[in-house]
Design a protein around this ligand. Structure first.
Ligand code: 6GU
Length: 264
């Protein structure tokens, strides 16, 4: 997978060279490149923003600078027809994985979820545009959608950040760890919270010693009875989820609950 990130603070993404993200790049399954939006400006001040039309506080990022940058990264020239338009058929999920996907962090957009991460992990090329100030000219995503480019806007939660950089770092981490070969142990992404079609919170984990500072590990976990351990963990997942995230329980498909759950 190739990931381009456009920002006025490209140094923010030096973190992508570390840890598992760095290892994935060494392995050749991922390439992350951060670009400075100001490289696409032509004026002496390298300005990327302007006052909002209609008035109001703050500054808005200019459509023209973004378009010069994104046209370059998408391989679109203003004279030639768009490269991505109608070149690859949608797969079974309706997601055209061979086309580049443009993603804009936006606190007013739909929530970025594990299922969005999972879908985007199938793509070959993602381009993230990090907005700063009061955001970006709303015509930017509209324009690229009209050009037939897969264009998404996501919020990462109900709070406001100073800019899209931290949100993009979150999305990149959530997406890339789902790329086949990224994790040392692929099983670690199967059992965890929000994964699979059930989206239950994960059960609590312990390691040795079984008694520590007067707190015991639940005895079933040391019983060696795998059936009981599975039952205990599933009950704990259901209990934690209904207490901490009842909204996730409401979205559960009752038909997928097992017989023991229904009899509880
Ligand atoms: Cl995507 N951007 C900003 N600036 N703030 C946010 C966000 C995104 N998601 C939650 N808060």
């Amino acid at each position: 997978m190739k990931i381009d990130i456009v920002s006025v603070f490209p140094e923010f993404f030096e973190v992508a060279q570390l840890s598992l993200l760095g290892k994935a790049q060494d392995k050749g399954i991922l390439q992350v490149q951060a670009h400075n939006l100001r490289d696409w400006t032509h004026d002496v001040h390298h300005s990327v923003d302007d006052t909002p039309v209609g008035g109001g506080a703050g500054m808005v990022m200019k459509a023209e600078v973004w378009a010069e940058c994104l046209d370059d990264l998408l391989g679109l020239s203003t004279s030639a027809p768009t490269q991505a338009q109608g070149t690859s058929p949608a797969d079974a999920t309706g997601f055209t994985d061979r086309q580049p996907v443009l993603i804009f962090p936006n606190p007013s957009a739909p929530l970025f979820t594990q299922s969005a991460a999972s879908e985007l992990s199938q793509a070959e090329h993602l381009i993230f545009g990090c907005g700063r100030y009061e955001g970006y000219d709303a015509r930017i995503p509209t324009y690229y959608r009209r050009q037939g480019i897969q264009t998404r806007e996501y919020s990462i939660g109900d709070y406001i950040l100073n800019g899209g950089e931290a949100a993009v770092a979150v999305m990149v981490e959530a997406i890339t760890r789902l790329i086949p070969g990224f994790m040392g142990n692929p099983n670690s992404i199967i059992e965890e919270s929000y994964t699979g079609d059930e989206s239950l919170l994960e059960y609590r984990q312990y390691t040795r010693p079984s008694s520590w500072r007067g707190i015991e590990v639940p005895s079933i976990l040391t019983s060696g009875d795998h059936g009981k351990v599975d039952r205990f963990r599933r009950d704990e997942s259901l209990e934690l989820t209904s207490r901490i995230r009842p909204d996730l329980i409401e979205h559960l498909d009752c038909n997928r609950l097992d017989i023991k759950d229904k009899n509880k």
